[in-house]
Design a protein around this ligand. Structure first.
Ligand SMILES: [Zn+2]
Length: 122
């Protein structure tokens, strides 16, 4: 369910961007936080289903997972938290706080260029 909603949001965001660009979107890259626990396959599937029969059909979706971030209470530095070894990457302190999760972000959309467009009808 989570993935379906997410895919709908992504498709809507891409569509509104595509309207502005007046081009056919080819690929989109999104990034999501570690704890979002997005299932890539389910998301791809949901996205493909939502885009079917629309101008977004055949688009490729790339999903990038962001590492968990923590901030050290000793040296105040931010670092990527390794689950297997949760401690500050700078001073080694285990006294740190997890930073709030980065929400799922639509990072970039690649549009069909005019050059690619020549052989295709719109
Ligand atoms: Zn530290």
């Amino acid at each position: 369910m989570h993935e379906t909603m997410l895919a709908q949001n992504i498709a809507a965001a891409i569509r509104s961007e595509a309207d502005k660009q007046e081009g056919r979107p080819l690929t989109a890259k999104i990034s999501c936080g570690f704890l979002s626990a997005v299932n890539d396959e389910l998301l791809q599937e949901a996205f493909g289903f939502i885009c079917k029969g629309t101008s977004l059909e055949g688009m490729k979706l790339y999903i990038e997972h962001r590492p968990m971030r923590g901030v050290c209470k000793k040296c105040s530095k931010e670092f990527n938290v390794e689950l297997s070894n949760p401690k500050c990457a700078f001073c080694g302190s285990e006294d740190f706080e997890l930073l709030p999760e980065t929400p799922t972000i639509l990072e970039e959309i690649e549009f069909e260029t005019a050059k690619n467009n020549e052989n295709k009808s719109r």
